[in-house]
Design a protein around this ligand. Structure first.
Ligand SMILES: *[C@@H]1O[C@H](CO)[C@@H](O)[C@H](O)[C@H]1NC(C)=O
Ligand SMILES: *[C@@H]1O[C@H](CO)[C@@H](O)[C@H](O)[C@H]1NC(C)=O
Length: 353
């Protein structure tokens, strides 16, 4: 049984050929271009070894694609004020993915995390047959040891926890390319490490959510379950790892990675790693995947990366007044209409030269 319309079906077929989504992006240019016609033409040329993945789990493939897009949207949020803003413009994005720079590391991690996230969430929402809420029935209730003078609160696992193990396994299956031999070995080691880092930034930061039951709001009995962190938090943590990313190089055996430079500390499993320095992203350069910062909106008063000095790379900026229409003076009329006027709004923007 195939529960999908023909157009969707073709998108799925496009996605199923390569062992990993990222390698499809290399072939296609952008994960956001989900236009079946253009993707499929190109994807057809790729080998069909993983074809059965999609035939047997089409609904997972759909979640995988959603997860990759969630990751990219988060990337664009985190980098919105930076020289490289995670643009998926096809002239530049595929070049970023082909390198081994910090930005590549962030994209790998955030998309693997996105895939884990959407798959696990689909499980909790009951949208997939293969999985559901985390099974916690085997866990015994844990009564709190009563402190003198206070009441003991009974506490048990229940509710609908996120089955992060299932999402983890699917993210691994779809995102981790098979190890290539030869000169690409280091690149794929780095890629696998960063994919895993992204997944662990969810798996290791599960939060416990509880609900009270009891007479008149008393918390005599509590039910608790595990939820994934909000995806924004995942992005924030990955940005921290991006800022503290470790440079590595390949060991002689071609199977290990060695930290480069003065870092005494070895990267841990949640750290992002890279092997090549990023370009400065100031000027357009198709070879390095840099669109340049000309035309970007900067902040005239900020002293950080979003400030005009840094973002415009010292080329200066111009002020521009933009006007647009906005809803204003909204009134609520009984019942139930909200009427607004359209007001012209003018805003001063600083634009990089
Ligand atoms: C990123 O910067 C480019 C210009 O370099 C701009 O066209 C684009 O709208 C920006 N934002 C995103 C999300 O790509
Ligand atoms: C510009 O930067 C200042 C100082 O960091 C900040 O207070 C302000 O909100 C920023 N403006 C915009 C439009 O982001």
């Amino acid at each position: 049984m195939w529960p999908f319309a023909a157009a969707q079906l073709r998108v799925f077929f496009c996605l199923l050929y390569p062992a990993n989504i990222i390698s499809l992006w290399w072939a296609v240019g952008s994960p956001l271009v989900m236009d079946p016609n253009s993707i499929c033409r190109k994807a057809k040329r790729l080998a069909g070894r993983q074809a059965e993945l999609c035939q047997t789990q089409p609904e997972i493939v759909s979640e995988v694609a959603k997860g990759a897009r969630l990751g990219i949207r988060e990337c664009q949020h985190q980098f919105r004020f930076r020289k490289w803003n995670c643009t998926t413009h096809k002239k530049y994005f595929s070049k970023i993915l082909q390198q081994d720079i910090r930005e590549t590391a962030f994209v790998s991690a955030v998309t693997s995390a996105g895939v884990l996230y959407t798959v696990s969430q689909a499980c909790s929402m009951g949208e997939l047959l293969q999985c559901g809420c985390e099974r916690t029935l085997n866990r015994v209730p844990l009564p709190r040891s009563p402190t003198p003078g206070t009441e003991a609160t009974a506490w048990e696992w229940g509710g609908c926890g996120d089955d992060v193990e299932f999402g983890y396994a699917k993210s691994k299956q779809f995102m981790d390319a098979e190890r290539k031999q030869g000169q690409n070995d280091i690149k794929s080691l780095i890629n696998l490490h960063n994919n895993e880092a992204g997944r662990l930034i969810i798996k290791n930061y599960m939060r416990t959510v509880c609900k009270c039951h009891g007479l008149s709001g008393s918390c005599a009995v509590k039910t608790c379950w595990k939820k994934m962190p909000h995806f924004r938090e995942v992005g924030d943590r990955l940005l921290d790892r991006f800022n503290g990313a470790f440079k590595v190089m390949g060991g002689n055996d071609g199977k290990t990675l060695i930290p480069v430079g003065h870092n005494i500390k070895q990267p841990d499993k949640q750290d992002l790693i890279y092997s090549a320095e990023s370009p400065d992203f100031c000027l357009p350069n198709r070879r390095t995947g840099s669109p340049g910062t000309r035309g970007r909106v900067c902040n005239g008063t900020a002293l950080d990366v979003s400030g005009c000095d840094l973002l415009c790379c010292g080329r200066g900026h111009r002020e521009e007044t933009v006007s647009f229409q906005e809803n204003c003076q909204c009134r609520f009329h009984w019942c139930c209409v909200v009427q607004c006027r359209q007001c012209a709004v003018r805003k001063e923007l600083s634009i990089c030269m």
